[in-house]
Every structure is written in structure tokens, then in C-alpha cells.
Design a protein around this ligand. Structure first.
Ligand SMILES: C[S@@+](CC[C@H](N)C(=O)[O-])C[C@H]1O[C@@H](n2cnc3c(N)ncnc32)[C@H](O)[C@@H]1O
Length: 216
């Protein structure tokens, strides 16, 4: 955790730690609907062989494993010890490693990674944390490196939007409602991530954004 925290941030950290300590043993079963997305993210990222990848807020490591399976060197980080413990237990890859770390204060030098990715985590964060996480991803990713975000979206048609919004709001954390109405692309642009490709997933309920790190 970097610097002085607002009350909202303190509440967020406490909720995240408690929630994922409780969910960790069942998490993989809960996110079964996302299984098909993992390989798709790897293909969409299309990183050069030999790339070093940081998987941020990796949870139980499903996205990190998908990158590792293709031969990339991956480090997955997460703030939840319980989630990282599940990832470590399931890890069969020598080229995947996991560490407990806060994404707003990453323990890596500037420009350490060719690619950084974050899946289904930004929607759970208050805006201030979301922005700090993106800034850290930009810092540790090389200039012109790839930054990938995978998260919820709403389908184009009106009825689909309404159904998906109310369905996901039933079980998601309180920041989902803010996230889904919020302009993620503008936040990425503001933080020097230039979006170069987009992909729709989960029948319009999610999207992958691939950006280039344009920090100078
Ligand atoms: C919904 S889970 C997503 C996990 C995984 N990325 C996936 O796609 O299945 C959100 C994860 O974000 C992690 N997280 C939340 N805030 C974080 C922070 N500030 N730093 C690192 N991890 C964080 C949580 O501990 C949790 O594992």
C-alpha cells in the first residue's frame, strides 16, 4: 500500500482481503464461465516469444497459467495471500511464479516487463485504486510494451445491456456499477496506454483491450 489512504481505500483493502480469504478455496469453480477467455487473452495479446509477462491481481493464477502454457515467463501477483496460495499449489510450470504484492505499489524496477495484464479486477476497485494500479503497470512495463485489460462490458443492444447489468450487479462488489458506466478507455489513454485492439468476450458482457505503453 503506497502513501496515506482515504477511508474508501482503507475499506476497500479490508474488504478485498476478507472476501478473497473466504472465496479462495471455491474461486476456480465460481469463475468457470471465464475459462474460455484465458487462452483467448493469450492469443489476442500475441506477445513475442521470450516476453516477460506480469499478471496483475492474478488471483488463483488462471490467466498466468494460460500464458505459461505457451512458454512465456510469467510473474503473477496478488494482494490476497489465500488466492496466491491456491495459485502456488496449482502451479505446474517452471516459467510461472507467484508473489503476494499490492498492485498499487509493485516491487519491480521500471521497465521490467514486456507485457502486463489484468483480468476481472479493475471493476472491483474504487477509481483512485484503479488509477494507481494502471500507473504502476505503465511504470513496470517497457516503453512500447503491451498492456492488456480484461473486464466486464455491456452488450450493444438495449435489452442485453439491461439484463447483463442487473444480473452481474447481483453478485459483484459495489464498484461494478461505477466501473460499467465509467470510460475505461479514457482512463487508459490518460495514463499513456494507447488502445490498439479490442475484442468482445462473454457474448458482449466483457471485453479485452490491448494497449501500447506510450510513456516517454
Ligand atoms: C475477481 S478476482 C480476479 C482474479 C483473476 N485475475 C481472475 O481473472 O480470475 C480479483 C483479484 O484482485 C485482487 N486484488 C484486488 N486488489 C488488489 C491490489 N490492490 N493488488 C493486488 N491484487 C488485488 C484480489 O485479491 C483478487 O484476487
Amino acid at each position: 500500500m503506497a502513501g496515506k489512504l482515504t477511508n474508501e481505500e482503507k475499506e476497500y483493502y479490508s474488504t478485498v482481503r476478507k472476501t478473497f480469504a473466504m472465496l479462495a478455496p471455491f474461486y476456480d469453480a465460481i469463475v468457470t464461465p471465464f475459462s474460455s477467455v484465458r487462452d483467448r487473452v493469450v492469443n489476442f495479446t500475441n506477445a513475442q516469444m521470450g516476453s516477460k509477462i506480469l499478471e496483475v491481481a492474478t488471483g488463483t493464477g488462471q490467466q498466468a497459467f494460460a500464458f505459461a502454457k505457451k512458454g512465456y515467463e510469467v510473474i503473477g501477483i496478488d494482494i490476497s495471500e489465500a488466492m496466491i496460495n491456491v495459485a502456488k499449489k496449482k502451479n505446474k510450470f517452471r516459467n510461472a511464479k507467484f508473489e503476494i504484492s499490492d498492485a498499487t505499489n509493485l516491487p519491480f524496477e521500471d521497465n521490467s516487463f514486456d507485457v502486463s495484464s489484468i483480468s476481472f479486477a479493475l471493476h472491483e476497485m474504487p477509481l483512485s485504486i484503479r488509477e494507481k494500479v494502471l500507473k504502476e503497470m505503465v511504470r513496470v512495463t517497457k516503453p512500447e510494451g503491451i498492456i492488456v485489460t480484461v473486464d466486464y462490458d455491456l452488450p450493444k443492444n438495449k435489452i442485453g445491456r439491461l439484463l447483463i447489468y442487473h444480473f452481474i450487479a447481483l453478485f459483484e462488489a459495489k464498484y461494478y456499477k461505477n466501473f460499467i458506466k465509467f470510460d475505461l478507455e479514457a482512463l487508459l489513454n490518460k495514463n499513456k496506454i494507447k488502445i490498439i485492439e479490442k475484442d468482445t468476450i462473454l457474448h458482449g458482457a466483457g471485453r479485452i483491450l490491448k494497449g501500447l505503453n506510450k510513456k516517454s
